[in-house]
Design a protein around this ligand. Structure first.
Ligand SMILES: *Cc1c(COP(=O)(O)O)cnc(C)c1O
Ligand SMILES: [Zn+2]
Length: 475
C-alpha cells in the first residue's frame, strides 16, 4: 500500500546513491555529489535506490490517490506525483514548474498511416510541457539536485530544447543562472527565442552540437558549473515518469511497443530504467519492446547496433567497433545533418545506457529519412496535436517497422511525440508552402523532393466574389 502522503514524501535522501553502469566496476557514490561519470572507469552513472527501505506502492494504481492532492504543486506535477519511484530528494526540496501535464492521444488517422488496427496507435504528446518538450520531465529533477547541491549556475549544450527547458526553470524559479551552449546556425528560432526571452546566458559556439557538448563539459568542470545534459543521471530519473504516465493513461496496462526518436539517447535509456525498476518492484509483469529511431543523417546508433552488431552484452560492450566508427567519422569529417535538429547528433552521450535499454526491452533501431520524417509530421499535424520534426521520427519509424512486419497491426503502440508543433515553424511552413524557392532552400537541400501531405494555402485576389468562389471550390 502507498504510505500516507506525509510518510511517503519524506524519503531519506540516503536511500539514493550513484552507481557506475559498468557491472565489472559497480563503483558507488553519494547522491550528494556532482559527477557525470565514474571516477574509476569513466563510464556513465545511474541513480540507484535502496528499495527495501523506501516507501513504494504495492501496485501502480495506488498513485491514483495523488490526483486528489493536485492543489499541492508537487503532486500536481506529472513527475513528482511519482516521487516514490525517484526518491532522491525530500518533498520540500522538489522543484516544479508544473511539468508533465501531458496526454496520451489515441488517433486512428495516424494509425491508418502507420498501418495499425484501429485503437492501437497512441501518441504521447510531451509538447504540452511548460517549455514545450519532454525535457522538462528531466530538468525538474536535475534542477532539484543542482539546488540541493547549492549550485548557483547550471549549464548545458543543446540543440535547443534542453536550453529552453533549463532557461525556463531558471527564470521561473530564480534558483540559479542558466548558461547555454549552442552550435551556430543549428537551432530553430522557436527554441532560441525561448532561451533568449527567459534570460539565459547564451553562448554560441562556432561548431555543431557535438562540439558544443565537448566544450560545455570542459567549461563546467573548470568553473564548477552544474551540468544538466543527459549525462546527468538525476535528469534521467525525471524522464522515467513519461513511462509512468503512459501506463497511467492505459489504465496501468503495459503496451507492446514504445517508439522514440533517438538523439543523445537519454529518453530511451531512462524508459528502460523505469521498466527495470517497475519489474524489480513487482509493479509490472511484462515490459514493452523499444524502438529507437534515428534520422538517417544522424544515424550512429543505427550504424553501430544494426550494422556493426554492437550490443550491451550484459555490460561487456565490445568497444572496438565504436572506436572504429568514431575514428571513421573523424577521418571523413562526417557531421550530423537532418531537418530533425533535436536529434542531429552523431556522438550520443548515453550510447552505452541505450545499449542496455535495447537489451532489456528487446529493442530495435531504425533510421528514417527527412522525407519520411516530414511526411509523418504532416500526418501527425492533420490527425492530432502536431509536433516538431524530430518527434515525427517516431511515427515514421513505427510505419517502417509495421511495413517490415516487426510491429503487428494488432500491437498496442505508443509513439513519443517529444516536442511541440511550434518549436520549429520553419520546417512546417516550408513543407506546406507553395513557394518552390522556399521549399528548395529549406528542404530540397536535405533530399526532400515532395510534400505529399502538404496543406497549401490558396492565393486569391482581394475580391469578395473570388474569395467566396475559392472557398466553395475547396471546401
Ligand atoms: C532532446 C530531444 C530528442 C532527443 O532525445 P534524447 O533523449 O536525446 O535521445 C528528441 N526530440 C526532441 C524534440 C528533443 O528535444
Ligand atoms: Zn566505473
Amino acid at each position: 500500500m502507498l504510505q500516507t502522503a506525509e510518510n511517503a514524501s519524506n524519503p531519506q535522501t540516503d536511500l539514493a546513491f550513484q552507481r557506475c553502469i559498468n557491472p565489472a566496476c559497480g563503483a558507488t557514490y553519494d547522491a550528494h555529489s556532482i559527477r557525470t561519470a565514474c571516477d574509476k572507469c569513466g563510464d556513465l552513472l545511474d541513480i540507484a535506490y535502496d528499495w527495501d527501505r523506501a516507501s513504494v506502492p504495492t501496485k501502480m494504481s495506488d498513485f491514483e490517490a495523488m490526483w486528489s492532492q493536485r492543489t499541492n504543486p508537487v503532486r500536481f506535477s506529472g513527475v513528482w506525483r511519482f516521487h516514490e519511484l525517484l526518491p532522491f530528494a525530500r518533498q520540500d526540496q522538489l522543484v516544479t514548474v508544473g511539468e508533465g501535464q501531458t496526454l496520451l492521444q489515441q488517433t486512428d488517422s495516424v494509425g491508418d498511416y502507420v498501418g495499425m488496427n484501429h485503437g492501437q496507435l497512441h501518441l504521447q504528446y510531451e509538447g504540452m510541457n511548460p517549455s514545450g518538450s519532454f525535457k522538462d520531465n528531466g530538468m525538474c529533477a536535475a534542477v532539484t539536485h543542482a539546488n540541493m547541491m547549492g549550485a548557483k549556475r547550471a549549464a548545458c549544450a543543446s540543440t535547443g530544447n534542453t536550453s529552453a527547458s533549463l532557461a525556463l526553470y531558471c527564470s521561473a524559479t530564480r534558483l540559479m543562472r542558466a548558461i547555454i551552449f549552442i552550435g551556430s546556425g543549428k537551432i530553430s528560432y522557436g527554441k532560441l527565442s525561448q532561451a533568449l526571452d527567459y534570460g539565459a546566458l547564451t553562448v554560441q559556439i562556432a561548431g555543431d552540437f557535438d562540439d558544443a557538448m565537448i566544450r560545455v563539459k570542459q567549461v563546467s568542470q573548470e568553473l564548477g558549473i552544474y551540468l544538466v545534459n543527459s549525462v546527468n543521471p538525476f535528469r534521467l530519473e525525471g524522464q522515467k515518469t513519461i513511462m509512468f504516465r503512459v501506463l497511467e493513461s492505459l489504465g496501468w496496462e503495459v503496451p507492446d511497443w514504445i517508439v522514440v526518436p533517438g538523439g543523445n539517447l537519454g529518453n530511451s535509456s531512462s524508459f528502460a530504467k523505469a521498466f527495470m525498476e517497475l519489474k524489480e518492484l513487482g509493479l509490472v509483469d511484462r515490459v514493452p519492446r523499444l524502438a529507437v529511431i534515428n534520422a538517417s543523417g544522424a544515424d550512429t546508433l543505427y550504424e553501430l547496433v544494426e550494422r556493426r552488431g554492437v550490443k550491451w552484452n550484459g555490460g561487456h560492450v565490445n568497444m572496438d567497433p565504436i572506436r572504429e566508427y568514431n575514428d571513421l567519422m573523424d577521418r571523413e569529417g562526417i557531421r550530423a545533418d537532418t531537418i530533425a535538429s533535436a536529434i542531429e547528433i552523431n556522438r550520443p552521450v548515453n550510447l552505452k545506457k541505450c545499449l542496455r535499454a535495447l537489451e532489456f526491452m528487446n529493442g530495435v533501431v531504425r533510421q528514417v529519412s527527412d522525407q519520411e520524417i516530414l511526411d509523418a509530421k504532416a500526418k501527425v499535424g492533420a490527425g492530432g496535436f502536431g509536433c516538431e520534426p524530430a518527434s515525427a521520427a517516431s511515427v515514421a519509424g513505427a510505419k517502417l517497422l509495421r511495413r517490415e512486419g516487426v510491429i503487428a497491426p494488432s500491437d498496442r503502440v505508443v509513439c513519443i511525440l517529444t516536442g511541440h508543433e511550434l518549436k520549429d515553424p520553419t520546417a512546417t511552413v516550408a513543407y506546406h508552402t507553395t513557394d518552390q524557392e522556399l521549399f528548395n532552400k529549406t528542404l530540397g537541400s536535405r533530399g526532400v523532393t515532395k510534400a505529399s501531405h502538404a496543406n497549401r494555402a490558396i492565393a486569391v485576389p482581394n475580391e469578395l466574389d473570388d474569395i467566396i468562389k475559392a472557398i466553395q471550390l475547396y471546401s
